[in-house]
Design a protein around this ligand. Structure first.
Ligand code: GAR
Length: 223
């Protein structure tokens, strides 16, 4: 009897890859029943690539600066990603806007994490924007990717407090602790078949998720 095939994940990164590390850890300790079959970075020399190498995950660099335009970069990226035959593509701090053509190629099989309480603060500088606005809370949202920047349907959202004296670095690290929990969890739901997209709306165990995603509780975390 052969073991059931584990879902195949490809992770796209641009930087330190702490979310990638959370996926590596989760797949090694079996909280994520999936195999990370490839990592692609658009930047050379980033820590995320070291993390992939240490975990013996095939990794490659595809430098966007070597392409004439976004379309040609995304076309090659799409080929590289497809070559791994992924069940799910994970954007983990991949700091490139993707063309609709790329997104449509993996529609329903591509997720992103964004460090804000979406729909608040899509785009860049989310932590500073939340502090500057005097918000009392910030957070992170895992969502399916559509061609709408940081606007795809939300899957899970975790909230953290903003306290007086918070700098962007302090707030970013507080949020990252949550990111590392909610992102592998969303992937696990997907891999188990519990998370589905019905007419573009995410459902968990057959129930439609709230607009801002499943509200992840911080009650049992170390924060
Ligand atoms: C994370 O905070 C992630 O939410 C954010 O980049 C960081 C990557 O950290 N992503 C975005 O801002 C995407 N819009 P990591 O490389 O340590 O995982």
């Amino acid at each position: 009897m052969t073991a059931p095939k584990r879902p195949r994940l490809v992770v796209l990164i641009s930087g330190s890859g702490s979310n990638l590390q959370a996926f590596i850890d989760a797949s090694q300790n079996s909280t994520l029943d999936a195999e990370i079959v490839g990592v692609v970075s658009n930047k050379a020399g980033v820590l995320g690539l070291e993390r992939a190498k240490k975990a013996h995950i095939p990794c490659e660099i595809l430098d966007h600066r070597e392409f004439a335009d976004r379309e040609s970069f995304d076309a090659e990226l799409g080929e590289r990603v497809s070559s791994y035959q992924p069940d799910l593509v994970i954007l983990a701090g991949f700091m490139r806007i993707l063309t609709p053509k790329f997104v449509n190629r993996f529609a329903g099989h591509i997720m992103n994490i964004h460090p804000s309480l979406l729909p608040k603060y899509p785009g860049l500088h989310t932590h500073q924007r939340a502090i500057d606005a005097g918000d009392h809370a910030a957070g992170a949202t895992v969502h399916f990717v559509t061609s709408d920047l940081d606007g795809g349907p939300a899957i899970i959202q975790a909230e953290v407090p903003i306290t007086s004296g918070d700098t962007t670095d302090i707030l970013a690290s507080r949020i990252l602790v949550q990111e590392h929990q909610i992102y592998p969890l969303a992937a696990q739901w997907f891999c188990e078949g519990r998370l589905t997209l019905n007419n573009g709306a995410p459902h968990l165990d057959g129930n439609a998720l709230p607009e801002t995603g499943f509200p992840f509780s911080t009650a049992n975390t170390e924060q």
